[in-house]
Design a protein around this ligand. Structure first.
Ligand SMILES: *Cc1c(COP(=O)(O)O)cnc(C)c1O
Length: 379
């Protein structure tokens, strides 16, 4: 039968993620009409619980977009950056670069500030760029999924504001795994998606939009339609989506957010992620030649990146991946573009371990024990 050969792998990649059994079962709940009385049974609790996970930031409206994280990022560019504006896209890796690309392909006046892979945003360099470019808006990544670096959103936003610019944040791979600090950092828009820290399949982008963001968008022309945050907000205020939602995912999201808020608790979830970050950090000390890649003090709670010893290569990491598959795991051999760059510089590659969503500390420990055995075969 079709599907019989679909492998039941434990995903330790950085999205999509392993789904809890209950989330998979919730995929069997009934389809519904998105303008019918059945809709609010799903979307009222979704909107309420998503705000709780965000720390209930005052003055922010949550919006569920169809599409994935990138669609929400693109909506922020289309709706918040006017033709007369200048946007500075700050990048600490591939997803920071993606924001810049979205600004450029949408015809915006965009400049970029890039940091070395593995490093967080340096406030001194950011300040110099703010003085030089005098942007109206600044985009940056809360948690860089390509490098495992987490930025200090509060300090970065404070500096951006001090130079008269407005921040917009991509938080796709951290939301649901750590505090969002929206109230403390006050971005125009804080963007995420379902398939990473929230523990759901891909299919919805999620945004928290400030009053200030709404005011800003009103003065921006050609916002598009599905990328128009004002059209999106009008429906979100009715607990609806602008266009037909994936009903299966809505059912799953309703079940999963209730679990996060009322069973695991938001605080418990954040603690579990911190615990997993320290498990990954302690493990590497037991594996000869391997090191943490991300800058100390800026290591992500949702994924960890590792620098391999000099004898490791991109091809050998592909072998590691296949060996791990044999143990029932999906291993992440690192972000391709970064590893190619490292190879060009004569350096060994990095790899990633995703420990986001509903992976438990004991599952991570089991995985790392198997991975250590496999890695040491190459030494
Ligand atoms: C995954 C990811 C995206 C892209 O999200 P999609 O849902 O794949 O569109 C953007 N930014 C970051 C930081 C990500 O981790």
């Amino acid at each position: 039968m079709i599907g019989d050969d679909f492998a039941e792998l434990k995903l330790f990649i950085t999205g999509p993620i392993l789904l809890r059994e209950e989330v998979r079962k919730a995929g069997l709940l009934p389809e519904f009409g998105h303008r019918d009385a059945e809709n609010p049974k799903r979307f009222e609790p979704i909107m309420k619980n998503i705000m709780t996970i965000a720390g209930s930031p005052e003055g922010y409206t949550p919006v569920i977009f169809n599409g994935s994280g990138t669609n929400v990022l693109e909506a922020s560019i289309r709706s918040l950056v006017a033709d007369s504006d200048k946007v500075l896209n700050v990048s600490v890796g591939a997803f920071g670069d993606l924001y810049h690309k979205l600004a450029v392909v949408n015809g915006k006046n965009a400049v970029q500030l890039k940091f070395t892979h593995g490093r967080a945003i340096d406030l001194v360099k950011l300040e110099a760029a703010l003085k030089k470019h005098k942007p109206n808006l600044v985009t940056f990544t809360h948690n860089e999924t390509a490098t495992g670096v987490v930025n200090d959103v509060v300090a970065v936003c404070e500096l951006i504001r001090a130079h008269g610019a407005q921040p917009i944040i991509d938080a796709v791979s951290i939301f649901g795994g750590a505090p969002a600090f929206i109230s403390e950092s006050r971005p125009l828009m804080y963007c995420t998606a379902t398939q990473k820290g929230l523990g759901l399949p891909a299919g919805f982008g999620v945004a928290f939009i400030s009053e200030e963001g709404i005011e800003k968008a009103a003065g921006v022309e050609n916002r598009g339609y599905t990328t128009d945050i004002l059209a999106q907000i009008a429906k979100a205020k009715l607990n609806q989506t602008l266009t037909t939602p994936n009903g299966t995912l809505a059912n799953q999201m309703c079940v999963q957010l209730d679990y996060i808020v009322n069973d695991e608790t938001v605080e418990g979830r954040f603690k579990r992620h911190e615990n997993m970050r320290s498990i990954a950090g302690k493990w590497v000390e037991t594996v000869d030649g391997y090191e943490l890649f991300a800058q100390e003090g800026h290591r992500s709670p949702t994924l960890t990146t590792f620098k391999t010893p000099s004898y490791m290569t991109i091809d050998k990491l592909k072998e590691v991946k296949e060996l791990m598959r044999g143990y029932g795991y999906l291993f992440d051999p690192g972000y391709g573009k970064i590893n190619n760059e490292l190879a060009e510089q004569g350096e060994s590659p990095i790899f990633r371990v995703g420990h986001m969503a509903d992976i438990l500390p004991e599952m991570l420990e089991e995985y790392l024990a198997v991975l250590k055995k496999v890695l040491l075969k190459f030494s």
